[in-house]
Ligand binder design. Structure first.
Ligand SMILES: Cc1cc2nc3c(=O)[nH]c(=O)nc-3n(C[C@H](O)[C@H](O)[C@H](O)COP(=O)(O)OP(=O)(O)OC[C@H]3O[C@@H](n4cnc5c(N)ncnc54)[C@H](O)[C@@H]3O)c2cc1C
Length: 405
């Protein structure tokens, strides 16, 4: 992958979130003498999804055994827990219970359990009578899943330590620099601040903007993005609140896991995130300005879902808007646990955006990670949850699978 005009950068990575940083670290760990530069448009790393997530190190039982998500989540869980321990990042090894609301969930929970077993995840499917021993504050209908390896940590600290690791190995992180891509003589070049910078290999890890960037070089045109705003409520933990995470059984047509409860390491309990469709990929407030191009993309993606008879997913998402209100969020969560009635002073916590890819050919949401290649570039698309847990093995696999050395 050579450019004609002698590139001085071996690997130019777009995006300094957890995926871009892990990619850079993995390249340098295998090949310490290469020049790797990450360009990040914000003034800090982890400003978007990598710093605005639930901080849950998932175990890997939600994903169908033939998926990339399944492949990387279990190994990512082991790697990230180990990384936190070696880098003095605090971690709450609380485990998680997944509880049923009704008969419908009861049918679905068997599938989660069999996925977990097939994916090699440590998991138990237990009768309701055992729940009090594991998490007395939770409720369930007949059965529940116990996942001892699900853990929680602090996303901002993880990003900080990844940045340290990357730069200590000689990686260069350039902040506040937005990249555009262009094609010239069958090579992908980058345009940064109106300067053309070429690299032997360009790696697109731009998160919510990754598909948009791929479109700049006429790649992955069938993939459009619908951003879903996920908001949280947070309150100081009380003694009656759960010690473990409590999740619902997800609706399989919905790409998200449902509103859940997470404990933070500094003594708070978080409810959320909901999943409300918004137009802007960085529209953290419903009142923020939106870009015309994003409005067009949103409409086209919505029409594609309609064609694929999946518009009910957007309707489902719009109903989630109600859960932005504390009262409704608490009502929604009451079938997981009634213990939150004792909490006072629920406050807002920074929202995140899940940039969910719609395939306009099938009219469906893409449920797995997508990797595309064109000339000297590769593009990691749809790196939604559990992308934070999976980042290390996912990017290592991309290096090997696309023979970047
Ligand atoms: C609400 C929410 C909850 C979640 N909970 C979990 C969880 O508990 N566990 C889990 O495993 N996963 C979770 N996820 C998913 C996880 O956060 C993501 O999979 C992961 O952070 C994706 O990392 P990324 O590096 O691809 O994206 P990002 O962190 O968004 O990084 C992409 C970066 O690219 C930069 N960029 C974009 N365009 C350009 C450009 N043109 N030039 C230069 N830079 C650019 C952006 O500024 C950004 O910093 C959650 C996500 C959300 C939103």
């Amino acid at each position: 992958m050579m450019n004609s005009s002698q590139p001085t950068i071996d690997y130019l990575i777009v995006g300094g979130g957890v995926i871009g940083l892990s990619f850079g670290i993995n390249i340098l760990e295998s090949n310490p003498s290469t020049k790797v530069v990450i360009y990040e448009k914000e003034l800090v790393s982890g400003f978007h999804a990598s710093g605005r997530n639930s901080g849950v190190i998932h175990a890997g039982f939600y994903y169908s055994p033939d998926s990339l998500k399944a492949k990387f989540c279990r190994d990512g869980n082991i790697h990230l827990r180990d990384f936190c321990k070696k880098n003095d990042v605090p971690i709450l090894e609380s485990g998680k219970v997944v509880v049923c609301r009704d008969e419908v969930d009861l049918q679905r929970i068997d599938k989660l359990y069999s996925n977990g077993v097939a994916n090699g995840v440590e998991i138990e499917l237990l009768n309701q009578s055992k729940l009090a021993n594991i998490e007395p504050a939770a409720k369930t209908f007949e059965k529940f899943i116990w996942s001892p390896n699900t853990a929680v940590t602090v996303p901002e600290l993880v990003t900080k330590k990844l940045v340290n690791r990357f730069t200590q190995m000689g990686g260069v992180l350039k902040l506040g620099q937005k990249v555009n891509l262009l094609m010239k003589n069958n090579e992908v070049l980058t345009n940064i601040d109106s300067k053309i910078i070429n690299a032997k290999t360009v790696i697109n890890c731009a998160g919510a903007k990754a598909a948009e960037l791929a479109h700049q070089i006429e790649l992955a045109r069938e993939y459009l993005c619908i951003p879903f705003l996920g908001s949280y409520k947070i309150s100081k933990r009380t003694n009656s609140n759960p010690k473990r995470l409590i999740y619902p059984v997800p609706n399989p047509v919905n790409p998200f896991l449902g509103v859940h409860t997470t404990n933070t390491l500094d003594g708070y309990v978080k409810l959320g995130p909901n999943a409300f469709p918004v137009i802007g990929k960085e529209q953290y407030s419903l009142l923020s300005k939106i870009k015309f191009g994003e409005l067009i993309e949103f409409v086209k993606a919505g029409l594609a879902l309609r064609k694929g008879q999946n518009l009910q997913l957007i309707k489902l998402g719009l109903q989630e808007g109600k859960k932005l209100r504390t009262k409704t969020a608490l009502k929604e969560i009451s079938y997981l646990s009634e213990s939150f009635e004792t909490n006072k002073n629920w406050e807002r916590y920074p929202s995140g955006i899940r940039a969910q890819i719609v395939n306009t050919k099938t009219g469906k949401f893409e449920m797995d990670y997508i990797v595309e290649k064109k000339a000297n570039s590769i593009h990691l698309l749809n790196a939604v949850s559990p992308g934070w847990t999976s980042a290390h093995p996912f990017t290592q696999w991309a290096i090997e699978n696309y023979k970047l050395f």
